[in-house]
Write a protein that binds this ligand. Structure first.
Ligand code: ZN
Length: 110
């Protein structure tokens, strides 16, 4: 729930800066390492936006693939969890480069 409250806070702050009255669609970028369940996210989004400027807003979730840099292979490899081993060499010396994001990518407002 707190994730959605955070999103709602951002939406309200932005409405003051950008002077919009109503939010129609929210595109949210989510990586597999952000550890959020998209179904739960949709459910709590609906709950926290009720009777706000984002009431009835559509939530579009853009799932980003997880990626890490393997120090052994010296290349980018796909990962699904933060502590995954390299799919190429099995090494755990990975640096996550993408996939832990949870951010608002775009808004459709009026
Ligand atoms: Zn590797």
């Amino acid at each position: 729930m707190s994730i959605c409250e955070g999103i709602m806070q951002v939406l309200e702050e932005q409405s003051r800066v950008q002077h919009y009255q109503r939010i129609r669609t929210v595109w949210l970028e989510v990586g597999p390492l952000a550890m959020v369940e998209t179904d739960a996210l949709r459910f709590c989004f609906e709950a926290v936006t009720r009777n706000t400027l984002a009431d009835q807003a559509r939530l579009e979730i853009i799932e980003r693939p997880g990626e890490a840099w393997c120090l052994q292979c010296a290349q980018t490899v796909p990962i699904h969890n933060r502590y995954d081993a390299c799919t190429q060499c099995g090494s755990y010396q990975l640096q996550v480069t993408q996939g832990d994001e949870l951010r608002i990518k775009e808004l459709e407002v009026e």
